[in-house]
Design a protein around this ligand. Structure first.
Ligand code: CTP
Length: 454
């Protein structure tokens, strides 16, 4: 239908970019981009008219683009263009161009493929840079000199790494070297756009690939120095600690294999972020990272802010998991007491299963016996959790005796004593002194109040 409209207007038009790439890769693709040699807006207007009622047309005259939406269909129209950029800004100087000019200015050969929509040449593939071959060989390569392509739009360095991760492709060595050379240019890119690429890396099947490529290219140092700081091993008196970056990569992939929850994946990436700041050599003990979970959790708000990740419940969730990630291991190192399990259930609430997924993923030792021992102990913890949860319903703990009732029974005004009595009840339940029930809790409050002379 687009082709017919274009023929009627004597305009050449092509479907181009991601849609063609995904068609050949048999991947689902959402947006269709159509490039028109001439006015994209004119063709969009004609196409929108032919779709009839319920069609939404948005025209962006200053960009020479237009978007047509009807139901789930979304087509972007743009005039073919030649583009070049100023070195210090991302504002391009745009001129009308041929299809080839338009393909030249695109990021990768696999994203520069075009299929003709005009009737006479319908379905003809225009592939001037060997994009189809690169798709088969699973290669990311720029159509032009990579220094030009990346310098024109430095976000493309992130995109190269993101596509390599998402599609499990390799970046051509010359292309990769250009990313390293141009890495400083990433600083001119808006953080939100970088964050979008990072999220796409995190949603991939094996996100560690992306982070490792970011590291090898030198981009990681610039965009996420705290993660870079996890790299390396110090040795003293023949004792080295593990490389926290490599360990983190394994934990991240382990979690990704178990869960699509992108925030659980972030928690895996960040679980040991506090280690470099807490690292100490202690005579007789060796390397220690005391309170790294707590310090790591405290680092997260500023990291999220700088990376432009959301400062909402997702941050709270990641912070909670990072803070609690050592608890199950401490639990199994001592004897697994009911009261410690109840306290963990109380603090983790509904995120307890995610926490246990993270902790299981955190076992990356190569010593099989050790792995088995930890896994068995975790199974024991899980079993205890189920038993205690059934009995005591700690996960979404609601105090069985409310402040209002306490005030009424003891004729108290709102005061700190009410809070103290409530918290004594909570502790007694978590410690297993009383069951999580109203009457038992009230009797307990009365007992304590009597001891306090009330
Ligand atoms: N493009 C580009 N340089 C960019 C962004 C986009 O050359 N920095 C071109 C590519 O040809 C790309 C097309 O514009 O295929 C559409 O871009 P976009 O929708 O951002 O990406 P897709 O390739 O469709 O992939 P995805 O939807 O996974 O982001």
């Amino acid at each position: 239908m687009i082709g017919e409209r274009a023929d009627a207007l004597s305009l050449e038009c092509y479907v181009i970019g991601g849609w063609v790439r995904d068609l050949l890769l048999e991947r689902q693709s959402k947006d269709i981009d159509v490039v028109v040699v001439g006015s994209g807006i004119k063709l969009a207007e004609a196409f929108a008219q032919s779709l009839g009622k319920g069609t939404h047309l948005s025209v962006f005259r200053s960009f020479g683009t237009a978007q047509v939406k009807k139901g789930t269909i979304e087509v972007e129209f743009v005039g073919a263009r030649k583009e070049s950029y100023h070195r210090e800004s991302r504002n391009p100087i745009v001129e009308d161009g041929t299809l080839e000019d338009d393909q030249n200015r695109r990021d990768f050969t696999i994203n520069a493929l075009a299929i003709c929509l005009n009737k006479e040449r319908y379905g003809e593939m225009l592939d001037p840079f060997g994009g189809v071959e690169d798709l088969h060989a699973r290669i990311i390569r720029t159509p032009l000199d990579p220094d030009i392509t990346f310098s024109d739009d430095p976000l493309r360095m992130m995109r190269a790494i993101r596509f390599a991760t998402q599609l499990n492709f390799n970046i051509l060595p010359e292309t990769f070297d250009a990313i390293s050379r141009n890495r400083e240019r990433i600083r001119i890119i808006a953080k939100e756009r970088i964050a979008d690429e990072l999220q796409k890396i995190m949603r991939s099947e094996r996100p560690s690939r992306g982070w490792q490529l970011l590291d090898r290219s030198g981009l990681l140092d610039i965009i996420f120095p705290e993660l870079s700081a996890l790299k390396g091993v110090d040795t003293r008196e023949g004792k080295g600690h593990k490389d926290v970056f490599l360990h983190t990569m394994k934990v991240l992939d382990n979690v990704a294999a178990e869960s699509d929850n992108v925030w659980l994946r972030w928690a895996a990436l960040l679980h040991d972020i506090g280690k470099p700041r807490t690292k100490q050599w202690e005579e007789g003990t060796g390397w220690t990272f005391k309170n790294h979970n707590y310090i790591g959790a405290k680092m997260l708000p500023s990291i999220f802010k700088r990376l432009k990740l959301p400062l909402n419940e997702h941050l709270d969730y990641v912070r909670k998991l990072v803070d609690l990630h050592m608890r199950p291991i401490h639990l199994v190192e001592d004897t697994v007491t009911d009261s410690a399990v109840r306290r963990l259930l109380f603090e983790a609430g509904d995120d307890i299963d995610d926490l246990m997924t993270l902790c299981n993923a955190d076992i990356t030792s190569r010593n099989e016996q050790k792995v088995k021992r930890y896994q068995d102990n975790y199974s024991l913890v899980r079993q205890k959790m189920v038993e205690l949860e059934e009995r005591d319903r700690i996960r979404n703990f609601q105090p069985p005796v409310m402040g209002d009732e306490i005030m009424q029974v003891f004729s108290l005004p709102p005061c700190s004593l009410v809070g103290e009595l409530k918290s004594a009840v909570k502790d007694a339940i978590l410690d297993g002194i009383i069951p999580n029930e109203h009457d038992a809790a009230l009797a307990y409050v009365k007992k304590i109040a009597a001891e306090k002379g009330l």
